[in-house]
Design a binder for this molecule. Sequence first.
Ligand code: 5AD
Ligand code: SF4
Length: 407
Amino acid sequence: MNVHDSDRIRRMIQDAGYAEVQRYEDADLVILNTCYVRENAVDRVKGHLGELNRLRREGRVKKVALTGCIGAAEESATLRQTYDIDLVLGTHNTYELAEFVGLPTMQETYTPELPGTEGGHNAFVTIMTGCNYQCSYCIVPTVRGRMICRPMESVLGEVENLVAGGTGYVTLLGQTVDAWRHEGKRFCDLLEAVSEKAPRVWFTTSHPSNMEDRTLRAIGEKETIVKRLHLPVQSGSDRMLRVMHRGYKAERYRRKIEVFREAAPEGTLSTDIIVGHPGETEEDHQQTLRLVADCAFDSAYIFKFSPRRGTEAATLPDSVPDAIVQRRFLEVLRQVEQNAFTRNQRKIGGVEEIYIRHGSTEDGKAIGETWSGHAVHVETNLPPGNYVKARIESAGPHVLYAGKPSG
Ligand code: 5AD
Ligand code: SF4
């Protein structure tokens, strides 16, 4: 979501005549588009603001703008007291940046009608903004607001334009894409319609309570949909899932995964897990480990609980000591990597069709993606957007390594 917002901001200021540079020292204007979901994101922004203030004093940077989720949070007022910031914008008024850089004033509508990423090989398409859930730990509903679904015709129109402009890979984007509804249509209807128009389609992020079996089966059936599912579980313990207000039990999650594995046996599955949420006991943690083993995730984003001011969890008693959080984090990580490594090893020897996502660097290896959603390093100089066929020669817990393409 942030990458997509940054793309649009970039295009907007390029329209105003700015050119992109690589170093702060060379910039007239620096826009920090920020994340507020965990404290370490805030710490990093503070580091950048400190450096920018120094460069400003030396006259090497002229203006600094802060946008995104920190901009929408109370935290921005505190940051303004400490650092020199010329403009602070939240998530719903990014269009004001246009005026700031001297473009005609734009109006933000239900979904930001800022320029998209036309011409790119991969493009994000926002289908909904905000979130109607109230997970105990999460700041997103506060900084991004309630769910607003974008009309189907508007999404399909953007997809058609993108494909006509050369985009080969469309990712449908939203906090809880499966909750998308519009005029009697549900997410699966939208996904199927997009999969008829775009040559390669993926979507993120899903919520287990909204995930329909029909969608899981569509992933398996529709050729153009990448067989990769990101379904955040957060915990394997029913008690913790209740405390977190996730709205499902571990058993329901497991059933969804069974449907997915049956629909797309070669597909990849990833998740998000929080360790050390207030009140998490050793037994809760063991249940998470068990769920991780049973679901055999291909990858997982594991987060140490980070208290966010304004969320319910920040006020809950029974915080988990750091040393225990660290141990649990490593135990979950090891379990995930073990499963992922075993699953990836099975891919060795097979020939895969690989979509190039990032062109090759000095080592002559590009980063691509198989139809099963595996990340692959492949020896090719072809630019992003191309397909190659190559044999998988080895595998680690995170990526597959392919040899020279066969054609
Ligand atoms: N602490 C730790 N992890 C969090 N996430 C969201 N809020 C927090 C928090 N306060 C994680 C969740 C979510 C992912 C995007 O970030 O796992 O799915
Ligand atoms: Fe946050 Fe996702 Fe829960 Fe919404 S569903 S509150 S974005 S964790």
